[in-house]
Design a protein around this ligand. Structure first.
Ligand code: AG3
Length: 283
């Protein structure tokens, strides 16, 4: 039997993976949840038809959403992960010895349960005593916790449908007020080939809320276009300067993608993308 899964991006791009077996497929209260066993990438979590994470390439995304922010921040203690029910981001955050508390604010309990069952490598951190799981709307959670966090990591789905709110001006306002002085915010910022215009507008919005904002990217073969991006923002931290090198040495021993050398060039984006920012600014 020749079974394939395809994610269709907008109307003109389809990326496919050969599937060994469908391991789980149900509608949760919020979305369609699918777990596949694929030949090339191992187990794959798909929400509403969009690939969220796979066993083989997940480390790129999870290391990069967490470590640049945690290392830029001096002595991060309280961290909030919004979304991220698969646990991968929490696992990376817990590697930082100064971290005392990680709140996982995930709306869909089913995603957490399914990932505990099918993605043990992602969810290793979820039983750590420093982790507090808050099942509910991340937006509401932040509203109720002003000034609580050193770092907020927005590990969300795409800015379409229910995901739109996690890229809105209102949300960035809330994230800012849920942060301590000198805190730092990261959001996944969509694909470079398919939605770089989205990164440009998310960055413009972030700059309405924070003084500093940097864009960085990484190859993630299972996401549309294969090249993904992140935005990191703060009022105080200069991300090109501020970095805890001792902690970086410790983290580097545990990572598969992130390294000190990679960090050195992290914010050097390819010219075709820089030009998009410049063109946008000149409009
Ligand atoms: N969250 C961002 C995934 C976006 C992928 N988009 C897509 N496939 N259309 C990933 C969650 C991992 N913790």
């Amino acid at each position: 039997m020749d079974l394939w899964f395809s994610e269709t991006h907008e109307t003109d791009l389809r990326m496919s993976c050969r599937v060994k077996q469908v391991l789980y497929h149900k509608k949760s209260k919020y979305q369609d949840v699918l777990v596949l066993d694929t030949l090339r990438f191992g187990r794959m979590l798909v929400l509403d038809g969009c690939v969220m994470t796979t066993e083989r390439d997940e480390f790129v995304y999870h290391e990069l959403i967490a470590h640049p922010a945690l290392l830029a921040c001096d002595n991060p203690k309280d961290v909030c992960v919004v979304g991220g029910g698969d646990g991968g981001t929490v696992r990376e955050v817990l590697k930082h010895p100064s971290v005392e508390r990680v709140v996982l604010a995930e709306i869909d309990q089913d995603v957490i349960d399914v990932c505990r069952e099918f993605f043990p490598g992602h969810t290793t951190g979820l039983n750590d005593p420093r982790v507090e799981i808050q099942v509910g709307d991340g937006f509401e959670y932040l509203k109720q916790h002003p000034g609580d966090f050193d770092v907020i990591l927005s590990d969300s789905t795409d800015p379409i449908g229910p995901g739109v709110v996690l890229f809105s001006a209102k949300y960035f306002d809330l994230a800012k007020s849920a942060m301590k002085q000198g805190g730092c915010f990261v959001t996944q910022a969509e694909g470079m080939w398919c939605r770089s215009h989205s990164a440009v507008s998310i960055r413009n919005e972030l700059l309405n809320h924070f003084t500093n904002c940097e864009w960085y990217g990484a190859p993630i073969p299972t996401y549309p276009g294969g090249y993904w991006s992140f935005l990191i923002a703060s009022d105080i931290i200069d991300f090109r300067e501020s970095l805890d090198r001792n902690r970086q040495k410790l983290i580097e021993k545990t990572t598969k993608y992130y390294s000190a050398k990679l960090q050195a060039g992290l914010f050097s984006m390819p010219r075709f993308l820089l030009l998009e920012f410049e063109n946008d600014l000149s409009h």
